[in-house]
Design a protein around this ligand. Structure first.
Ligand code: AMP
Length: 214
């Protein structure tokens, strides 16, 4: 099964992807996480991507596609894309890639959340520096402030979750990623869930839409 998650930054794609990839035994492909990893390792790709990411802009399509092809070329398990595609050009390239591998896209899940809600969520999001688990200091704080419940490592605020970058990322989503809703609605395997609910409810709803028992 190959699935794409769509939605605003802060709509809950990362949290849902962690749950779904475990339940459905899919490879969680977060282009944001891969790019942050490349940045941390100071690879040529990471260095090139860093200025785009720090400013809330998209990394050029060609870089993202080359990165995915080299990482996923030998992967035979089902894929769960989180944060990809983000432009119509990326979606077209992904279609071509699936076709060349004799594979299909099985579902596109859109997490629908109000813009005001995602703005608030991004401002209070904290991410574990160890395992990547996502917290919200208001709605789902860790038991001990600043420390991950799962692995004990410190939590951080992502550079691009800082107030000045959030508005830019929302605008970039509207301009470049929102057109994907029309692109995939026309494809016939488009599913929509209410991303304003709690993470557990969202996972349950999406599994229901995918006809999978939790
Ligand atoms: P995310 O963790 O998905 O919110 O992504 C963080 C940042 O990484 C984005 O704001 C972009 O700068 C970059 N990025 C992640 N995925 C993509 C993509 N598919 N295309 C272009 N840039 C991306």
């Amino acid at each position: 099964m190959n699935i794409i998650l769509l939605g605003y930054p802060g709509s809950g794609k990362g949290t849902l992807a962690k749950d779904l990839s475990k339940t459905l035994d899919l490879v969680h492909v977060s282009t944001g996480d891969i790019l942050r990893d490349e940045m941390a390792k100071k690879t040529p790709l990471g260095l090139e991507a860093s200025a785009y990411m720090a400013g809330g802009r998209l990394v050029p399509d060609r870089l993202v596609m080359d990165m995915l092809k080299s990482r996923l070329g030998a992967e035979s398990r089902g894929l769960l894309f989180d944060g990809f595609p983000r432009t119509v050009a990326q979606a077209e390239m992904l279609d071509g890639w699936f076709t060349s591998r004799g594979q299909d896209l099985d579902a596109v899940v859109f997490l629908n959340v109000e813009e005001t809600v995602v703005m608030a969520r991004l401002g209070s999001r904290r991410t574990c520096t160890g395992c990547g688990k996502i917290y919200n200091v208001i709605s789902s704080p860790p038991a001990k402030e600043g420390v991950c419940d799962a692995c004990g490592k410190p939590l951080m605020t992502r550079e691009d979750d800082k107030t000045e970058v959030i508005a830019k990322r929302i605008q970039v989503y509207k301009d470049q990623t929102e057109p994907l809703l029309a692109y995939y609605r026309a494809s016939g395997n488009f599913l929509e869930a209410d991303g304003g609910k709690t993470p557990d409810e969202v996972t349950k709803d999406v599994l229901g839409l995918l006809h999978v028992k939790p």
